[in-house]
Design a protein around this ligand. Structure first.
Ligand SMILES: Nc1ncnc2c1ncn2[C@@H]1O[C@H](COP(=O)(O)OP(=O)(O)OP(=O)(O)O)[C@@H](O)[C@H]1O
Ligand SMILES: [Mg+2]
Length: 148
């Protein structure tokens, strides 16, 4: 487990960038934390590390957005509104081994979560201050946490 602190949205994006450099295709990141805690801000940094030029916005109204740059792919999933949709939902449909998957509000589907993942938890400490913790579940993710 590792704990980081940021004092601006920019710092959180930079942290996402640093994490993004360590990611490999097939990795799954679960981003947990309150509204406006910084999950999408962090994802923007991951996108930058993957060379993605298109602006990464919250995919709240589409469940998933896919971004590509050359061989790099980022699947950005937001399950916040899942309650409103249906129960016939399978997270596997949105996870692809050819890219990095980032999932906001993962506990909306807590029974469907993969066995291994990198959990990133965001806590709002103050207006601009966030605590961001990283926890690896499975060997594949240990190296990411180690090098942070
Ligand atoms: N240290 C910080 N890290 C990240 N965001 C910050 C920080 N300080 C202030 N902010 C602001 O907090 C907001 C974070 O919004 P963001 O969309 O990233 O949150 P989110 O966790 O994805 O929320 P949601 O659950 O609604 O999708 C932005 O307006 C950002 O400018
Ligand atoms: Mg978001």
């Amino acid at each position: 487990m590792k704990e980081k602190y940021t004092t601006s949205a920019k710092e959180t994006t930079i942290l996402g960038f640093q994490v993004g450099l360590l990611l490999k295709p097939g990795m799954i990141l679960l981003l947990e934390g309150d509204l406006a805690a910084g999950k999408t801000t962090f994802t923007k940094g991951i996108g930058q590390a993957l060379g993605i030029e298109r602006t990464i916005n919250s995919p709240t109204f589409t469940i998933m957005k896919r971004y590509m740059k050359d061989e790099n792919k980022l699947y950005h999933v937001d399950l916040y509104r899942l309650d409103d949709i249906n129960t016939d939902f399978d997270l596997e449909d949105y996870i692809n081994s050819d890219g990095v998957s980032v999932i906001e509000w993962p506990f909306k589907v807590k029974d469907l979560l993969p066995k291994e993942y990198l959990m990133v938890s965001f806590t709002v400490l103050d207006n601009d201050q966030r605590k961001i913790t990283f926890e690896a579940k499975g060997d594949f993710y240990e190296s990411v946490v180690r090098y942070l």
